[in-house]
Ligand binder design. Structure first.
Ligand SMILES: *Cc1c(COP(=O)(O)O)cnc(C)c1O
Length: 481
């Protein structure tokens, strides 16, 4: 995305691609939105897309593909075993990451299942910069415990720290000294998802690697959000200014022992995989692929997905292809900040993150301020975001709430999907909602699944706040759109 100067002086991101396939969208009126969110149990995961205008739920599996990706899908080699499509993918993975061993899986969490089952033993620890929902679920499923050792700036909502996803190196060093023999592996997550898509620096990752080597531990990298992290290293880390995206990628991969990713994000396709440089871990994890995923040359992915992924991975090496997301997000963050709406700064990858703790500071955390804000934002705009707060946590074993460090409404900007006027619309409705935030009330569960409850749990508003919000909307906008 070029930094082209506009004669009028305006600072607007300018796309270096054009749109050649479109999908018709529908904007339901505010009464229809109230009906839809009520039927969805106030959980945006349960909304059907026929009721959604801009789908900002996630970047997972919904990034726009390039023409080259689509073309490659037509040339797929369908075979249960030994498909040339798989060979092309595996060669591309080796070319980019320098890892000769590749295990395919149907998506990111499937890789986590395989890694956790192979390496996490009952009672052991997995130190990490920050957890991701499915990562933590798989580690705890095996009886392991995640230990978050994020740098202290990571959880500050407003910050100038360019690498809020960094591991606290001193804390990691201390932890490893104190827990010798009790650690399964150390995990780093690129583009740290739950704290707002925040990156780590290459320097930090290499420091983590040095500690792992000194303690004889494996470093596992979750590279699902690597493309954003690469862009941030290139543009924010002084010592990497002159490295190409490809060189940065190789330095990152070289620092790790196991690298896995969700191809629903990385490579703008679907699927996933685990890459290793050494044969040992490959052999240790391999038996689980046919057991859970499929044969070793597809692992639950369709050949078309694999072809699209092969091209998508190569396109990830092109700065012009990976900068659209972060630059759009920065634009959105800046506009919201200007209007006084509390958002996570600096902007990260994957989406814009609104601070619901501050936005809804009148709603106690036990009433899910971020979940309430997600429902309210849908009412105000027809746009669907995702709760990333206490609802996304698991209850403690004794049944008490595990209150989240942050309460965020995530508005994902799937890569290359939305136009700038659509982003402006979302900003406009969010500013309106901020001015009427006192009308937003809390939620409570009426149906609460035990594991990953945020996916399909159902909630209800604690008062009639939604009717009041709809009434105010009609008053201000005259019509009901
Ligand atoms: C999305 C994501 C996953 C899980 O990937 P799926 O393909 O959705 O299973 C794991 N880790 C991170 C950091 C992610 O963003």
């Amino acid at each position: 995305m070029a930094n082209i100067k506009f004669y009028a002086g305006e600072q607007v991101p300018l796309e270096m691609h054009k749109v050649r396939i479109i999908q018709r969208l529908n904007l339901p009126d505010v009464d229809a939105r109230l009906k839809a969110i009520t039927e969805a149990g106030n959980n945006t995961f349960l909304l059907g897309t026929e009721h959604v205008f801009l789908d900002m739920l996630t970047d997972s599996g919904v990034n726009a593909m390039s023409d080259r990706q689509q073309a490659a899908m037509m040339l797929a080699d369908d075979a249960y075993a030994g498909s040339q499509t798989f060979t092309r993918l595996s060669n591309k993975v080796e070319d980019i990451f320098g890892t000769p061993y590749f295990l395919p899986a149907h998506q990111g969490r499937a890789c986590e299942n395989i890694v956790a089952r192979t390496y996490v033993k009952e009672g052991q620890y997995v130190p990490l910069n920050y957890h991701f929902t499915t990562t933590k679920a798989h580690i705890t499923e095996m009886g392991g415990k995640v230990v978050e050792l994020l740098c202290k700036e990571g959880l500050e909502v407003e910050s100038d720290e360019p690498f809020k996803g960094n591991m606290d190196i001193d804390a990691l060093s201390k932890f490893l000294d104190e827990h010798k023999g009790e650690v399964s592996f150390v995990r780093m997550e690129a583009g740290t998802n739950l704290i707002g898509g925040q990156p780590f620096s290459l320097e930090n990752l290499e420091a983590v690697r040095d500690l792992c080597r000194a303690h004889g531990l494996m470093l596992v990298l979750d590279a699902s959000l690597l493309s954003d992290n690469l862009y941030f290293i290139k543009t924010r880390e002084e010592s990497c200014k002159y490295l190409s995206i490809r060189e940065i990628t190789r330095r990152i991969a070289d620092a790790t022992d196991i690298l896995y990713f969700s191809a629903r994000k990385l490579g703008s396709a679907r699927g996933g995989g685990i890459c290793t440089r050494e044969e040992g871990p490959f052999r240790e994890m391999r038996p689980l692929v046919p057991l859970f995923e499929g044969f070793l040359t597809y692992g639950g992915m369709s050949v078309r997905e694999m072809e699209a992924l092969t091209v998508g991975l190569e396109e990830t090496m092109d700065e012009e292809m990976i900068n659209q997301g972060p630059i759009y997000i920065e634009y959105m963050v800046d506009k919201l900040k200007e209007a006084g709406v509390p958002v996570i700064t600096p902007g990260g990858g994957l989406g814009c993150h609104v601070d619901a703790m501050k936005f809804c500071d009148h709603i106690p955390q036990e009433q899910y301020p971020a979940g309430a804000l997600a429902a309210a934002f849908y009412l105000a705009s027809g746009c669907r975001g995702m709760e990333r707060g206490t609802m996304s946590e698991q209850r403690n074993p004794d049944g008490t709430e595990e209150l989240s460090n942050m309460e965020l409404l995530r508005l994902a900007l799937p890569r290359r999907v939305f136009t700038l006027s659509q982003v402006k619309y979302a900003v406009d409705r969010l500013v309106w909602l901020y001015e009427n935030r006192h009308l937003i009330g809390g939620l409570r569960f009426v149906e609460e699944p035990e594991v990953l409850r945020f996916f399909y749990g159902r909630l209800e508003p604690i008062s009639d706040w939604q009717e009041a919000l709809v009434a105010k909307f009609k008053e201000d906008f005259g019509d009901s759109l």
